[in-house]
Design a binder for this molecule. Structure first.
Ligand code: SF4
Length: 822
């Protein structure tokens, strides 16, 4: 760049009435560094990198200046950019038809208004000065009332993001509609509460270690001032809660939360150290949103807090326990290199990071933003856990509410366009506990005479609560239904009335007889010998390459052709590559290593998944050398990640042995996730207790329960035709796993078909005609398949509905009543 960089730019912030006088060289340096490190498709999008091209940061900036009409005129370019930011017009900033990436704008703002920490803001004037966002005069009076009632707190990191992203500002800026009176004061009924400990479930409790957060989300269920100003518990309180856990052998998991528990280091230390000594505790789940909105908390002082966590995680492991970190992300504009750095650092050190996402109207409710968000987070090593629909129906947050059907139908977009490994569970947190849509619960009917409430069928029973919280006996907003589970009134609109499913009839079909041991062994042999998920949904015309999904291909490691790599490279929608081998992926490590290194050059691929039946059958082959080799291939990084995962399969709980836990832990400590798929087989494992027991041992062993295939796999073909799985049992299974297990044990309930996998009850629909059963894949249509193969035609035996969705038979699966999902 030949331009003289001695000049200074005066930036005027119109609403805060501040000025900044910044050397041009500082801005150029900020842009060059950003473009050099993060100026790729992952962070800036493909259109932008088509403008900036390849090369170093300087080359890219020069190209950007030229394309935006400011060739060799950095001063002109930054004047335009900061003119827009200064007048609060930089939400989706376009300069000469080039959209400037949000992350680049944040990086530039870090040079202009640097700083860490967070601020409590008491009045609209101060808010305007701090954020430079426009606050109309006629709203100030009401806004003051809002801020008096619901406090405002922002981190400097968040303020920079808010200045250039409407979707971040939307989450944290107070608004006058908060004065509305609809909604609850509290969203849960507090089944059991003692000091800082709350218990909603038999096997896990919540520790509330700290009442405030560094940033206050406007949709928060604790948004009332009284909640924010509660006294924090003391270390003595923590010790009392630890004693309660020690005296309660049924408690296996502790969710450590607040507010943000990481703001209270003394309580955090007392919690971790105290629970370390309690034998029956298995998992500590530490919940914080600071990863997204206050990453400095973890990164300051040379990552001191991260180092502390990693050390404590090792100590917990030595005591047979594990640490996990739960965090919230809502919109891709919140994702920062700092957040990805924290996630990948933790995952690389064996601390699973899982994401929960409230579903917010007018923010993350159309689909593509969630696909982008989850894609970014997955690369860094995160797991996707829940989407909460709707967000808490609490006072003053009604602008964020969506109808239940909007959230449920979101599954269709996600299933079609998102990697199956990051498909979240679509869940509602009812006042008595969580339920998962169309597996462990559903909407039954409207509450009579109250259009704002819906009866939701939950997986819980009165007996479940009796053990620890007889409080539910006194509630008037619940009822026990004919099948013995509890329906609860929930404040939400249903949206589409056809999703009011009514009560489930009583089961009439007989259960399968228990399979003989020899048959079970034969089925397991078949599972080992035959890849269960290699059917290509469209033609690839490449030997050894199957297209399993828009985002996913399966490659035979023993014969990877150049054409396969070219196919993957050409389609930027492909994010996941599943690798199989004739024997086992671990027997072909040399070839696979070479292949993975080639994939590292394809930036849109961010996960390689090695199918290894040997993990299940011969875990001892995962020697130190194998684990180290895999660890070297695993690239959990902020930029162009390529994470490695091991896929294995189990059928019954007794197959999972201590050695599996030991090997999974070694792999986890290299940042490698092991996930298991399970085929549901009639008379073998098609009962609620069989799957619950399996889910429990998998979690105990550090293996993620990914898919429970209820129908459609080759191994289910012949066997389940004679021993059919009943859809009724799927709901029973989901009900027990949700009620009795940890939320982290819940698999996705999947139906495999030649035209792609679908979610039971969410992205598929049963069509019952007499004894015949067909299934409609509601998330895929003709256009979807043709986007991958323009010559695609539906195969023989597949019909289309009027919208182009495929409809086909589902052998080995029966429905014994007309209830839509059971
Ligand atoms: S981080 Fe959680 S607890 Fe804190 S304000 Fe946001 S939603 Fe509320």
């Amino acid at each position: 760049m030949k331009e003289n960089l001695d000049g200074r730019l005066t930036i005027r912030f119109e609403h805060s009435k501040k000025e900044a006088d910044v050397p041009l060289s500082t801005l150029v340096d900020g842009a060059v560094k950003f473009l050099e490190f993060y100026g790729n498709a992952q962070f800036c999008g493909r259109e932008f990198i088509a403008v900036t091209g390849q090369g170093n940061g300087k080359t890219k900036l020069a190209a950007l200046l030229g394309a935006t009409g400011y060739e060799a005129d950095a001063m002109g370019f930054f004047s335009a950019v900061f003119g827009a930011i200064g007048s609060a017009r930089a939400q989706h900033l376009v300069v000469n038809e080039i959209t400037i990436p949000h992350m680049l704008l944040v990086a530039l703002l870090e040079r202009v208004i640097p700083g860490h920490g967070y601020l409590s803001i008491k009045n609209p004037q101060r808010l305007e000065v701090t954020t430079n966002l426009d606050i109309p005069d006629d709203r100030r009076g009401d806004l003051q009332k809002v801020m008096d009632k619901y406090p405002v707190r922002l981190s400097r990191h968040t303020i920079r993001q808010m200045m250039v992203s409407r979707d971040v500002a939307y989450q944290y800026m107070p608004f006058v509609e908060e004065l509305g009176s609809v909604g609850h004061v509290n969203t849960w009924i507090g089944q059991f509460h003692e000091g800082l400990l709350e218990q909603m479930y038999q096997n896990r409790v919540i520790f509330l270690l700290n009442m405030s957060c560094p940033v206050y989300c406007r949709f928060c269920f604790r948004k009332h001032k009284e909640s924010r100003n509660e006294n924090n518990p003391t270390v003595e309180d923590v010790k009392a809660a630890v004693k309660h856990v020690a005296d309660s052998p049924s408690i296996k998991e502790i969710v450590v939360t607040g507010g943000d528990p990481f703001l209270n280091r003394a309580n955090m230390a007392a919690t971790i150290d105290g629970l370390m000594a309690v034998d029956h505790v298995q998992t500590l789940r530490l919940a914080t949103r600071s990863v997204a909105y206050y990453p400095d908390l973890f990164l300051e002082n040379e990552k001191a807090y991260l180092k502390y966590l990693k050390q404590k995680s090792l100590e917990l492991q030595q005591n047979g326990k594990r640490m996990e970190l739960a965090t919230h992300f809502i919109h891709p504009d919140e994702v920062s290199p700092e957040a990805l750095d924290i996630i990948s650092d933790l995952v690389k050190n064996g601390i699973a990071v899982y994401i929960q996402t409230p579903f917010l109207s007018d923010c993350n409710d159309t689909g593509p933003e969630l696909v982008k968000l989850f894609h970014l987070l997955r690369g860094a090593g995160a797991e996707l856990h829940y989407i909460y629909i709707p967000c808490s129906p609490i006072h003053g947050n009604s602008i964020y509410w969506k109808s239940l059907s909007d959230g449920i139908y979101m599954a269709k977009h996600l299933r079609a366009h998102l990697s199956d490994r990051v498909m979240p569970r679509i869940c509602t947190a009812t006042p008595i506990g969580k339920m998962d849509w169309h597996t462990s619960g559903w909407a039954v009917e409207r509450v009579a005479d109250n259009e704002n409430f819906v009866w939701i069928r939950t997986p819980y029973t009165p007996a479940y609560f009796k053990v620890f919280a007889p409080l539910t006996e006194k509630l008037t907003n619940i009822r026990t239904n004919a099948e013995g589970t509890i329906d609860i009134q929930y404040m939400a609109k249903i949206g589409d009335d056809s999703l009011l499913l009514g009560e489930r009839p009583v089961k009439v079909a007989p259960k399968n007889a228990l399979a003989m041991d020899a048959d079970v062994s034969a089925l397991k042999e078949e599972l080992i010998a035959t890849c269960q998920t290699d059917v290509s949904m469209v033609e690839t015309n490449i030997k050894g390459l199957s297209r399993l999904h828009e985002t996913r291909v399966l490659v035979d490691a023993d014969g990877v052709e150049k054409e396969a790599l070219a196919y993957i490279a050409e389609d930027s929608r492909i994010t996941d590559v599943v690798v199989t081998a004739r024997e086992d992926a671990m027997d072909s490590l040399y070839v696979i290593s070479k292949f993975v290194r080639q994939l590292q050059d394809i930036s849109h691929v961010n996960a390689v998944r090695l199918r290894s039946m040997a993990f299940a059958t011969s875990p001892e082959i995962y020697t130190l050398g194998v684990v180290n080799t895999l660890g070297d291939l695993n690239r959990l990084s902020v930029v162009n990640p390529l994470r490695l995962e091991i896929e294995t399969w189990f059928v019954q709980d007794q197959e999972v042995q201590p050695i599996h836990a030991a090997v999974a832990r070694r792999l986890n400590n290299k940042g490698i996730t092991v996930y298991a798929n399970v085929p549901l087989l009639g008379g073998v494992n098609d009962t609620d207790t069989a799957i619950h027991d399996l889910a429990y041992v998998l979690r105990r062993s550090g293996i993620e329960f990914h898919h429970l295939y209820v129908a459609g796999l080759p191994v289910q073909g012949q066997w389940n035709i004679k021993h059919p799985v009943d859809s009724y049992d799927v709901i029973d299974i989901a009900t027990m796993v949700r009620r009795e297990g940890s939320g982290r044990e819940i698999p996705r309930y999947i139906i495999a078909t030649p035209l792609g996998e679908v979610d039971y009850g969410l992205t598929s629909q049963f069509i019952r005609q007499g004894d015949a059963l067909k299934i409609k894949l509601t998330c895929y249509d003709t256009d979807y398949y043709r986007s991958m193969d323009p010559r695609f035609c539906f195969p023989k035996g597949v019909d289309q509905d009027l919208d182009g969705h495929p409809v086909m038979e589902l052998p080995g699966f029966v429905k014994t009543n007309d209830f839509p999902i059971s």
